[in-house]
Ligand binder design. Structure first.
Ligand code: URA
Length: 257
């Protein structure tokens, strides 16, 4: 016998769920003002684990399963923050509240426009660009995706007005291309022809109208543009234009994988 006492694997201390007052929780999810959600509670419209709640000042543990355990007016509670949505952005829709026209937030539940923290898109796609768009209320995640230091690749499929000449891949890969009005050359980008007038272009930056301006710089013109990948995350084939769903933790990790 060695006399050694077998060591127990170190136990991870169970993480304590953060707590929030019920009225603040519901107000921050967009269900109404603190007074309005107080009325919902008073009318027995908020149910937790099958029990009608009566006190809007009750402190609730914000566990990951809360949306499965709580209903509001008979419907499951909306997802808690942090929330990230994967959307197939359709053509003709803008990414900013400030731009005129229908915007991406109008494709989400109306109540979500009043969420705190607010949802915002991770980068933007032009009104006439379709494809994979992420929308989040998670600031650190947003910054990690858009930070130039993360080098997250974004892949676009461009349909062109004129046939490819064959020179584009070399020009884009060189890391020396200067766009009109800019002082820094573009980082190297990968062009893969898909046909006479179609190519995928993978870039790691997010400059204004970058893909359209890159093709303009080589004498072509983009007539249709679609983003199908961000990092290791592809736009799911089954997601129709305008459709969206909550991004899973695995999909979120795949972006950086
Ligand atoms: N490049 C563009 O030109 N437009 C987009 O929407 C995205 C990248």
């Amino acid at each position: 016998m060695s006399g050694e006492v077998p060591r127990k694997a170190p136990q991870k201390a169970p993480q304590k769920a953060p707590m929030a007052r019920l009225d603040r929780l519901l107000a921050n999810l967009g269900y109404g003002s603190r007074r309005e959600v107080g009325d919902l509670v008073a009318h027995r419209q908020v149910v937790l684990d099958g029990v009608e709640l009566r006190d809007s000042g009750l402190r609730i543990a914000l566990t990951p399963d809360l949306s499965a355990r709580m209903t509001v007016v008979g419907q499951p509670l909306d997802p808690l923050a942090p929330l990230t949505v994967l959307m197939h952005k359709p053509l003709g829709v803008v990414c900013s509240h400030r731009e005129a026209g229908r915007n991406i937030y109008e494709l989400l539940p109306r109540r979500w426009r009043a969420r705190m923290p607010a949802l915002s898109s991770i980068g933007r796609l032009d009104k006439e660009t379709s494809g994979l768009l992420l929308i989040t209320d998670d600031g650190p995640f947003l910054h990690r995706v858009i930070s130039p230091r993360s080098h997250i690749a974004k892949r676009y499929v461009a349909t062109l007005d004129r046939p490819l000449t064959g020179d584009e891949a070399g020009i884009f890969a060189a890391g020396t291309l200067m766009l009109d009005g800019e002082t820094d050359p573009l980082a190297p980008a990968l062009l893969e022809p898909m046909g006479d007038r179609e190519a995928s272009l993978t870039i790691t930056e997010g400059r204004y109208h970058q893909v359209r301006r890159m093709f303009a710089a080589v004498g072509n013109h983009v007539v249709a543009l679609h983003r199908d990948r961000i990092g290791g995350l592809e736009l799911p084939a089954a997601l129709e234009p305008g459709a969206w769903r909550v991004l899973s933790a695995e999909e979120q990790a795949a972006i950086f994988g």
